[in-house]
Write a protein that binds this ligand. Structure first.
Ligand code: SF4
Length: 284
């Protein structure tokens, strides 16, 4: 299983996204998926380039729209392992509506957000995850907006799998992506993935000083939603590990009426061209 291709990433040296790429490649290999059984859909931004850097089916979609595409891919071919990936601007600004509804819909797929708290591709403006007071070219006197508390938002929206990790911890990140893929439903994984070029505040060292591993919190129970919410609030969201997982809730595919065991792409639709044309006329 070789998920490498010959395309050389053009991320800046040291960009956190390299580790996300490596972790995805390792995770899909570890769970026994073959390159032809894996689809990676990305949005727009530096992170959006990732779908071109991995040997699999790949779609580099439009800004904030990786999730509608990825959900469509999964519904059409349930045999594919589907991951959508993008930045915090892609997922929590222009794509936020899709993020919330994908969370509550609970289609069996994984969404990885490469969260660098800034817009890198457009050369350094505040993103929805930038902290209050964060100085950028677009906010020279400091951001006057509050940062989106993305993990709390996901819990509130009814997420069945919420996790967070750090680009510098490849072992943990790989394990979390594996767990997300194996989760039966929608898994949201937010990755602190430093932008070394434009974000001089939320650096690797800053995260190393400020992040806390949930595995170090005695008695932490990821099946307890209230505990998950309280722990996030107590730690300003700066935790890594599986924050919450609901293994009981059925996925969208398990609940949708008449969802075929046969992937739709292989289904015999038993419809002639004439019947198809008649159907189309009804919608014209
Ligand atoms: Fe990575 Fe930032 Fe460079 Fe974009 S600008 S590739 S996010 S380091």
């Amino acid at each position: 299983k070789d998920f490498r291709n010959s395309v050389k990433p053009n991320w800046c040296p040291g960009c956190g996204d390299f580790s996300v790429q490596a972790a995805i490649q390792r995770a899909v290999a570890n769970v026994g998926v073959e390159p032809h059984e894996f689809a990676l859909v990305s949005g727009i931004g530096c992170s959006g380039r990732i779908s071109g850097y991995i040997n699999s089916y790949g779609i580099h979609g439009i800004h904030g729209r990786s999730l509608p595409i990825a959900q469509g891919v999964k519904m059409a071919n349930k045999d594919l392992t589907v991951i959508a990936a993008g930045g915090d601007g892609d997922g929590f600004a222009i794509g936020m509506g899709h993020t919330i509804h994908a969370i509550r819909r609970n289609i069996d797929m994984t969404y990885i957000v490469m969260d660098n708290h800034i817009y890198g591709l457009t050369k350094g403006q505040t993103s929805p995850r930038s902290d209050f007071g964060f100085k950028t070219k677009s906010t020279p006197k400091g951001s006057i907006e509050q940062s989106i508390q993305a993990m709390e938002m996901a819990l509130t929206a009814g997420a069945t799998f919420v996790a967070q990790s750090f680009s510098s911890d490849l072992k943990e990140l790989t394990a979390i992506i594996e767990a997300g893929i194996q989760h039966k439903g929608f898994s949201l994984i937010n990755v602190f993935s430093p932008c070394v070029t434009y974000n001089k505040v939320n650096t690797y060292d800053w995260y190393k000083e400020n992040l806390k591993k949930l595995s170090d919190i005695e008695g932490y129970d990821p099946s307890n939603r209230n505990m998950a919410m309280q722990t996030l609030m107590d730690n300003h969201g700066l935790v890594t590990g599986i924050i919450y997982q609901n293994k009981e809730q059925k996925s969208y595919q398990e609940l949708v009426h008449g969802y075929s065991e046969t992937p739709l792409v292989h289904a015999d639709l038993k419809i002639s061209e004439d019947q198809f044309n008649e159907l189309v006329k009804e919608f014209m």
